[in-house]
Structure formats: C-alpha cells, structure tokens
Design a protein around this ligand. Sequence first.
Ligand SMILES: [Zn+2]
Length: 119
Amino acid sequence: MPKHIPQRTCIGCQRVQAKRELMRVVRTPEGQVVADPTGKKNGRGTYIHKTRECFQMVLDAPGKLQHALKLEKPIAPDDLKTLIELGKSFPAQNATETEMKGTHSEPRRAQHQAAHHSK
Ligand SMILES: [Zn+2]
C-alpha cells in the first residue's frame, strides 16, 4: 500500500494539495485567527497555499476565511494584518516552481475538483 498523503483544499484557489504544501490557519479557543506553521495548534483550522496569491485571494475577501473557520464575528483587523504580512513573505506563485525546485512544489495538476464536501 502506498503511504497515504493527507490532502487539503486551499480556500484561496480551491486546489487540493498535499497538506505540507499548505499553511494552516486556526481559530484559537480565544477567537483569534492565527497562522499555524506547525499544524499542531488546537482549534478549527483551514488551509491556504504558501503563496502570495492565495493569501491575497483569501485576505481580500476575509468573509471566506470567517466562513471556513465558522467565526461568529469578522476577523479582528490585527489578526488580519498579521496574516497579510505573512502572505507577503511568501513567494509569488509563478516563482515557486523555478525557485524551489524539487523540494517544495509538485507539478501542478489541473485539478478542478469541486470541494463541496466541507459544508
Ligand atoms: Zn491556493
């Protein structure tokens, strides 16, 4: 049996990819929204590609993130700002394939799976 690789859907571009390619964002028990690079924090989490585009897509429409994390209130501006800064630290998607050969990016498959299971 091949080893099972956990896959997650990016809430930005809706593409499904191996979990380690994505950044987990969690809602803490205190209601804060924070990035969770270790993937070990408690709380409801969702995933975003570690690319500038995907973070931007999500953060341009924070309601998406709010919905994914089932938040009752909009995300606090400070939390949002922190995530925006984090997003800016990631490479642009076009660059990832050439800059990080092998180790980071798998060939992008044109998966257009409708991820409607998460409702
Ligand atoms: Zn994405």
